[in-house]
Write a protein that binds this ligand. Structure first.
Ligand code: ASC
Length: 127
């Protein structure tokens, strides 16, 4: 595997690990397993919104083998994959905006919309 491909795999996995760290914590709050702190929740939502724009450039040619769960289907259906990542970014922005209201009735559905975009790509493009 070319060094560039290895770096790209590590790059996007690092970003997604950070997404999971923050989105996972937010999920526990939404499910009532952790107390809701509006300021901390909004901080995490902002971080996820920023992170959501980062992974796409890590999906480079030659990075669908080796230590990765990313499937070659990404390259074969690039427009669909890119659309999914852009939808993730859009919904993450909406969640960050909802989080600033401090209103869980707005946050909960916005959180669910982001989760759907995670699952959409995992179902189609992740081993
Ligand atoms: C998560 C997580 C995902 C999404 C997905 C939502 O917390 O790790 O991949 O939400 O499960 O359906």
């Amino acid at each position: 595997l070319a060094a560039e491909a290895e770096d790209a795999i590590k790059y996007r996995q690092g970003v997604f690990s950070a997404v999971k760290w923050h989105f996972g914590t937010m999920g526990e709050v939404v499910k009532g397993k952790q107390d809701y702190n509006a300021e901390d929740f909004a901080r995490r939502a902002d971080i996820v919104a920023q992170l959501s724009k980062l992974p796409l450039e890590g999906f480079i040619a030659g990075s669908y083998e080796g230590d990765t769960d990313a499937l070659p289907a990404i390259e074969q259906n690039w427009d669909k994959f890119e659309g999914g990542m852009n939808m993730f970014a859009e919904k993450a922005d909406a969640l960050a905006a909802a989080a600033k209201t401090g209103d869980m009735d707005q946050i909960r559905p916005a959180f669910g919309e982001v989760g759907k975009t995670c699952k959409g790509c995992h179902d189609n493009f992740k081993d």
